[in-house]
Ligand binder design. Structure first.
Ligand SMILES: *Cc1c(COP(=O)(O)O)cnc(C)c1O
Length: 373
């Protein structure tokens, strides 16, 4: 229907964010009560009991601290940075929006990689920026020469998730240093470390590496994944200087992080042991799933996250329906060139067993049978 309202074309024309199917929607659709959600990279073990206890003390009638002073203080201590360099968001997704409002200027170019995280493209476009993408290599590693060459064109912002969502690998120390050396003075590097806690041995701490450099950066981290607080929405940005932090604070809404989220995040930091234990269980299940997937002859790149990106060798939408019929929600990938991939979150062992059994069945019965690689 034609609208008399002139909409902002940058926003009205945005591609939709590909959110995973919600578990209750899947229950309704299938009529099953045993649906397991493996589409959104949540922590299958919930969150720390320290968090649930602290939440009982939240007063819903009071506005929360608009500057998240206590939480920023706790993060500053943990990370060894000044709290003036930290901005807390309603999920780190809000900080992606804030960094774009602050730095992805109209008609400028933002660089990212593909396959990549949807909001690394959507948010720059919402601000009128163009988005250039460097594809991953054929074996789904970061294309370092491609990234270095694209940085020479001086994009205003470069978004990269490491460990990568949806692909899985993390930048090695050497790769990260190549990027640091290639980032021009006019480019803001946004290193999205949503899966930092899952990166495992031998992988660098991106924030530490960047602190030792002299480039302008924003590191994004979240309480949604390893700490199990996805439903409360809290993540944060650590910036190279207080001017960037100030601009990002100005770009967010004033009371963006609600009282429950602030209380929960502070409590979660008081029980890192719970987080470390749940991450260890997930990492060990991840290795088991990767072995089983590879023994089925399917390709899945090395993952340093809490999920696996799997080439199932048939259209991902068909695979999605197959899993849904068995009460398992996965995320079908739709980006051009990757439409035979699904992304599956590492769940509890019994749920992973269900996924693996359904995958075995898919491989036996799949349409267009044949290896795509
Ligand atoms: C999950 C995720 C986020 C956003 O997490 P929030 O829940 O908004 O904190 C950001 N970046 C990547 C790459 C993610 O996978």
């Amino acid at each position: 229907m034609a609208s008399p309202i002139k909409l902002n074309p940058n926003v009205a024309g945005l591609p939709a964010y590909n959110a995973g199917m919600n578990v209750s929607a899947a229950q309704q659709k299938t009529g099953r009560t045993d649906v397991v959600g493996l589409a959104s990279n949540e922590n299958p073990f919930g969150c720390s009991p320290t968090v649930t206890a602290a939440l009982r003390g939240v007063d819903p009638s009071k506005y929360a601290d608009s500057t998240c002073t206590v939480l920023r203080g706790a993060l500053a201590d943990k990370l060894g940075v000044s709290s003036n360099h930290i901005v807390v968001g309603n999920g780190s997704e809000e900080m992606i929006a804030a960094v774009c409002r602050a730095a992805s200027r109209f008609f400028s170019t933002t660089l990212t990689v593909t396959p990549g995280f949807g909001l690394h493209e959507i948010e720059p476009k919402a601000n009128g920026a163009k988005v250039a993408k460097v594809p991953m290599t054929a074996d789904l590693q970061f294309d370092m020469p491609g990234i270095v060459a694209a940085l020479q064109k001086k994009p205003s912002v470069f978004f990269i998730s490491s460990p990568s969502n949806p692909v899985g690998p993390a930048l090695s120390r050497d790769e990260l240093r190549q990027i640091i050396d290639a980032v021009p003075a006019e480019t803001l590097l946004v290193l999205d470390e949503a899966y930092y806690e899952f990166r495992g041995e031998g992988m660098p701490d991106g924030l530490q590496e960047l602190q030792e450099s002299d480039i302008s950066y924003v590191v994004l981290r979240t309480f949604s994944k390893a700490y199990g607080l996805a439903g409360l929405r809290v993540g944060y940005a650590v910036t190279s200087d207080d001017l960037i932090a100030k601009a990002m604070s100005a770009a967010k809404t004033p009371f963006n992080v609600n009282a429950a989220a602030q209380t929960a995040a502070v409590a979660a930091l008081q029980d890192e042991e719970w987080m470390v234990e749940s991450v260890a269980k997930i990492v060990s299940e991840r290795a088991r799933m990767a072995r089983e997937i590879s023994s089925l002859g399917l390709f899945s790149p090395d993952s340093r996250t809490n999920f696996l990106f799997v080439d199932v060798g048939c259209e991902s939408n068909q695979a999605f329906e197959h899993f849904l019929n068995q009460g398992i929600v996965v995320k079908p990938w739709k980006e051009l060139g990757y439409s035979t991939f699904i992304r599956v979150t590492v769940g509890k062992p019994a749920d992973n067993d269900r996924f693996l059994a359904a995958l075995r069945q898919l491989v036996a019965e799949r349409p267009n049978f044949g290896s795509f690689r």
